[in-house]
Ligand binder design. Structure first.
Ligand SMILES: NC(=O)c1ccc[n+]([C@@H]2O[C@H](COP(=O)([O-])OP(=O)(O)OC[C@H]3O[C@@H](n4cnc5c(N)ncnc54)[C@H](OP(=O)(O)O)[C@@H]3O)[C@@H](O)[C@H]2O)c1
Length: 308
C-alpha cells in the first residue's frame, strides 16, 4: 500500500478552494487534507445530501467546508454554481475532479453525451466561469487518468465526436474524456499565458485508487451484485483514495510548479506511488488536437472560455 500521508501543505488558512465531486473518493480525501491544513473548501457536489453527510465527517478540522450544489451534467447548474460562488470572494484554486466512467449511453440536460458532458464540457465551463475569481497566482487542477492513454481524439476531430460519439464504446469514450482533460489543461494554460494571466493549470492522474468509481461502473452496467465481492479485493490491491489525492494536493501547493505540468504516480505502470512530475502522454501532448478541442468546446458551449 502506497504511503498516504498528507504532503507538507503548510498553513492554508484564508485559502478557498473549489473541489468538484468532493463527497466521494479522491475528491473527499483532497478536501479532508485541505481542511486539515486550514483551508475552506467549497464542496461542489451533485447530491447535497451525500455532500452534507461527507461534510459531517470533516467538522472539527481547522478549516471549514461549504456544501454547494453542482451538477456538471447540467450547464444551467454550472452557471448557477459559479454565480453563487462569486459571492464568496477570491479563490486560491479549483480542482476539476468529478467524473463518471464507462456508463451506458446517456445524455446530459443539454443533450451532450454524459461522459464527455460531465468530465470535459461541464468542467470546461465551470473553470472558465471561476477564472475571474481566482487570485493572481491561483491554480486550476485537472484530474485526468492513465485511461487517457487510450484516447483517440486528434486534430481532425469534429464536434459530434465529442457530443455524440458513434458508435458508442463506453470505455473508449471515457478514455477520450480523460484525454480531453489533458488537452484542455494544456491549451487553457497556453491561452491564459497569452492573455497575461498568472493562473497555473496543472494536470494530474491519481494512479488506480479504491474509490466509488469502479463499484459505480459495475452498478451502471448491471453488475452491482458483484460489488460486495470486489470491494474488499479493491481495498487490498489498489492504493487508497488518500494516496490518489496526493497528486491533486501537490498540484495545488507545490511552489515550484508554473503551470503546464503533469503529475502522478510512476510505479507499477503508473498505478501507485507518490506524485512525481511525469512526461505528458502522447495523447495529451498534441498541440493541434488541443487547440481544436478548445475551439470546438467553445463552439459547443456557445461562449469564449478565456477573456482576451
Ligand atoms: N479511482 C481511480 O482509480 C481513478 C483512476 C484514474 C482517474 N480517476 C479520476 O479521479 C477522479 C475522482 O474519481 P474517484 O475515483 O474519486 O471516483 P468516485 O468516488 O466515483 O467520485 C466521483 C465523484 O464525481 C461526482 N460526480 C459524478 N457526476 C457528477 C456530476 N454530474 N456533477 C457533479 N459531480 C459528479 C460523484 O458524485 P456522486 O457521489 O453523487 O455520484 C463523486 O462525488 C475522476 O476524475 C476520475 O476520472 C480515478
Amino acid at each position: 500500500m502506497a504511503a498516504a500521508a498528507v504532503p507538507p501543505l503548510g498553513d492554508l488558512s484564508g485559502r478557498r478552494i473549489v473541489v468538484t465531486g468532493a463527497n466521494s473518493g479522491i475528491g473527499l480525501e483532497t478536501t479532508r487534507a485541505l481542511v486539515a491544513h486550514g483551508a475552506e473548501v467549497v464542496m461542489a457536489c451533485r447530491s447535497t445530501e451525500k455532500a452534507e453527510a461527507a461534510a459531517a465527517g470533516l467538522r472539527g478540522a481547522p478549516g471549514g467546508v461549504v456544501v454547494r450544489h453542482l451538477d456538471l451534467a447540467d450547464l444551467s447548474s454550472v452557471r448557477r454554481f459559479a454565480g453563487e460562488t462569486a459571492g464568496d470572494g477570491a479563490l486560491s484554486g479549483v480542482v476539476a475532479n468529478a467524473a463518471v466512467m464507462a456508463c451506458p449511453l446517456s445524455f446530459t440536460a443539454d443533450g451532450l453525451e454524459l461522459q464527455m458532458g460531465t468530465n470535459h464540457f461541464g468542467h470546461a465551463l465551470l473553470v472558465s466561469l471561476l477564472l475571474p475569481m481566482l487570485e493572481r497566482e491561483g491554480r486550476v487542477v485537472v484530474v485526468s487518468s492513465i485511461a487517457a492513454r487510450g484516447g483517440k481524439l486528434d486534430a481532425g476531430m469534429q464536434a459530434v465526436d465529442l457530443t455524440a460519439p458513434a458508435p458508442y464504446r463506453a470505455q473508449t469514450v471515457y478514455s477520450n474524456s480523460k484525454q480531453a482533460n489533458l488537452l484542455f489543461a494544456q491549451e487553457l494554460q497556453r491561452r491564459l499565458r497569452a492573455a497575461s494571466s498568472g493562473t497555473a493549470v496543472v494536470a494530474v492522474h491519481p494512479g488506480v485508487s479504491a474509490t466509488e468509481l469502479f463499484p459505480r461502473q459495475m452498478r451502471d452496467n448491471r453488475m452491482g451484485f458483484l460489488v460486495p465481492l470486489v470491494r474488499p479485493v479493491m481495498g487490498v490491491i489498489l492504493q487508497s483514495a488518500a494516496a490518489g489525492a496526493l497528486p491533486s494536493l501537490r498540484a495545488l501547493s507545490d511552489p515550484a510548479l508554473r503551470g503546464g505540468e503533469f503529475l502522478g504516480p510512476r510505479h507499477l505502470g503508473q498505478t501507485r506511488g507518490r506524485p512525481e512530475l511525469l512526461e505528458l502522454y502522447r495523447q495529451g501532448a498534441d498541440n493541434a488536437a488541443a487547440s481544436r478541442l478548445f475551439d470546438l468546446t467553445e463552439e459547443v458551449l456557445g461562449t469564449g472560455l478565456v477573456a482576451p
